[in-house]
Design a protein around this ligand. Structure first.
Ligand SMILES: *Cc1c(COP(=O)(O)O)cnc(C)c1O
Length: 345
């Protein structure tokens, strides 16, 4: 076995859900889009369902197939992209709840599947998904008369607690929904941390469940170890990897390990990433290849059989920072060919 070993701890996912749930007095759903942020939507949803979660969110209808298969008919599965042409069959057959984003989607839904559950997504300033103030004003009465399961919006800057966009969007959301009887939802992970004003009837955490920022107290969920394929000595002045990008400044020992940009290890980490052998940091030298990394292990007292890329020494967000991105992207890019070990629940 020469692929990396990705350990996924579902008990940690459940612990994170509980911790986020305990911060509010309302219901807590779970966002499992993008294959559960790369960690396996079926497994994640099953563990959370056992914990009592009854409302799941996906980005597009196709993502609901695996979850419905795993969990059966009980939980509600909401679709952020709403009801698009071509979605009708899956929405009907899987009993999905589309979050309708426009008058066009509302019309399509009411015509194609009258009396089928739906929710409404409102745009409170992000200008991405949902009906804007005026559009909503025109159809609110009709939509609300059909008992939407949820009326929701999404915050653009919730990871920055002091950003004026947060109270602005809160105010817009209230203006658009105060007085309605349908359940309301505004907060994802970041919104939960902003405090009770933002919680309404249901929260929709994603990244926090998977151990990522902005949930600073999250329990880490994954570990990633990459096996050493080969170790060699290089003399001072010799070069390593594509483009001769690194040159040894001293006699060095280089470990070639399995894992590369095809596994989601961003090429921008060339000459930048750090891997760990226990607590000892080992720098990645030269370029990230498609399938391989070259690591300077000169200072290790022994020849390692594997090196750790994500673990207690370096979190998903540490690695994201080194790659100039966010934890969300690191997780969702985790490669398909890792040897995945999912344990817990
Ligand atoms: C992805 C997403 C979430 C979850 O956000 P996190 O920041 O991962 O908690 C919630 N709501 C909507 C509309 C989303 O697109």
């Amino acid at each position: 076995m020469s692929t990396g070993r990705l350990i996924i701890d579902l008990d940690a996912v459940v612990a994170n859900w509980r911790a986020l749930d305990a911060m509010t007095n309302c219901k807590t759903g779970a966002v499992v889009k993008a294959n559960g942020y790369g960690l396996g939507a079926g497994n994640v949803a099953k563990a959370l369902f056992k914990e009592g979660v009854r409302q799941f969110f996906v980005a597009v209808v196709e993502e609901a197939v695996a979850i419905r298969e795993e969990l059966g008919p009980k939980p509600e599965i909401c679709v952020f992209s709403g009801h698009m042409k071509g979605d009708t069959g899956l929405i009907r057959d899987l009993g999905l709840t589309p979050m309708l984003n426009s008058v066009e989607q509302l019309t399509l839904h009411f015509e194609a599947l009258p009396a089928h559950p739906f929710g409404i997504q409102l745009d409170t300033g992000m200008n991405r998904l949902g009906m804007e103030m005026q559009e909503w004003a025109a159809v609110a009465e009709l939509a609300l008369s059909q008992d939407p399961r949820l009326v929701m919006s999404h915050l653009a800057c919730a990871d920055e607690p002091d950003h004026p966009m947060n109270p602005y969007q809160l105010d817009q959301f209230k203006k658009m929904t105060d007085g309605i009887t349908a359940p309301r939802s505004l907060a994802a992970t970041g919104g939960i941390l902003l405090g009770p004003e933002y919680h309404f009837d249901l929260t929709r955490p994603g990244i926090g469940l998977y151990g990522g920022l902005p949930f600073e107290n999250a329990t880490p969920v994954i570990e990633l170890d990459l096996p050493v394929v080969q170790v060699r000595d290089v003399a001072e002045g010799e070069v390593v990897g594509y483009g001769n990008a690194w040159q040894a400044a001293r006699p060095s020992r280089i470990a070639t390990i399995s894992g590369g940009y095809a596994d989601g290890i961003a090429r921008i980490l060339s000459d930048k990433a750090t891997l760990y052998h226990g607590d000892t940091a080992c720098p990645l030298v030269g370029r990230v290849s498609m399938d391989l990394l070259t690591i300077d292990v000169t200072d290790l007292p022994e020849t390692p059989s594997k090196l750790t890329l994500i673990g207690p020494q370096q979190t998903v967000d540490d690695l994201a920072r080194a790659a100039n991105t966010i934890g969300y992207e690191v997780l969702t890019q985790l490669g398909a060919r890792y040897n995945r070990k999912t344990f817990g629940k």
